[in-house]
Design a protein around this ligand. Structure first.
Ligand code: ADP
Ligand code: ADP
Length: 223
């Protein structure tokens, strides 16, 4: 069963006279338990695609469904609800509020999903932090975390609502070997639990855990 479907996505950026076609007719789907890697050179549309799939950006054409719910072409409040209930997002810019501690960051993500799916298992804060190996750090302010800790904390926040789909941009970006492996284990575990996992990446290690790889070029799927 497909948990995410994107059909014929287009995205234009206009700034003054300049017009960039960032996405030119992208279709893809993701099944439960499947891990998909998206690769491609800088400027090929990876970040734009991820933002459209996550409901953080609105495509100019085409549509996105997650778990049978429409994500694209919805009023922002409705889009935010679908996002909170079904989609976990891990961006390079981070998804932590720096002056809140980790527990508060997780609770905040949780409160965004006002009506969780009945079937979802919302792990409690301690359980989530244990999963990512930060069980003792719930009281730490996120700005005090080291790089590897911050990446894992970001993942805990992305998983706060037991998402059907986990979307991550360079999840192992600047991490050292052991920390990278730990994040990869967590992502694989997520897929085993039945989520669809989509990873934008340049890393061979990340590509290696993927069931399928999509290569983007100039806003199109090349292979
Ligand atoms: P990456 O290659 O790591 O995916 P980019 O450097 O392409 O990231 O983009 C980083 C951020 O800058 C993104 O939020 C993207 O939307 C924005 N951005 C990229 N290109 C432009 C541009 N030509 N004009 C304005 N913003 C841009
Ligand atoms: P990637 O993530 O693969 O580096 P992006 O999705 O960031 O690619 O960018 C795809 C294209 O869209 C690039 O040509 C980029 O310059 C352009 N772009 C991205 N974000 C913006 C933006 N906010 N404004 C204008 N152009 C943008």
């Amino acid at each position: 069963p497909e948990i995410l479907t994107a059909h014929d996505l287009y995205r234009f950026y206009r700034s003054g006279e300049e017009e960039t076609l960032a996405l030119r007719g992208i279709s893809l789907s993701l099944r439960r338990g499947e891990t998909l890697a998206v690769i491609g050179p800088s400027g090929s549309g990876k970040s734009t695609l991820l933002a459209c799939l996550a409901g953080l950006d609105e495509p100019d054409g085409g549509y996105v469904y997650v778990g049978g719910e429409r994500v694209s072409h919805l009023p922002e409040a409705a889009r935010a609800q679908v996002r909170a209930r079904r989609i976990g997002v891990l961006l390079q810019s981070g998804n932590l509020l720096p002056h809140l501690d980790l527990a508060a960051n997780i609770l905040l993500a949780r409160s965004a999903a006002r009506a969780p799916r009945p079937s979802s298992h919302q792990p409690d804060t301690g359980e989530l932090l244990d999963q990512v190996g930060l069980g003792a750090r719930g009281r730490a302010l996120s700005r005090e975390l080291a790089g590897g800790e911050r990446a894992r904390a970001g993942l805990a926040v992305a998983l706060a609502n037991d998402p059907d789909v986990l979307l991550a941009d360079e999840p192992t970006g600047e991490l050292d070997g052991p920390t990278e492996q730990r994040i990869l284990d967590l992502l694989q575990d997520r897929a085993r639990r039945g989520s669809g996992v989509l990873l934008v990446t340049h890393s061979r290690q990340v590509v290696r855990i993927a069931d399928r790889v999509i290569s983007l070029r100039d806003g199109r799927i090349r292979r």
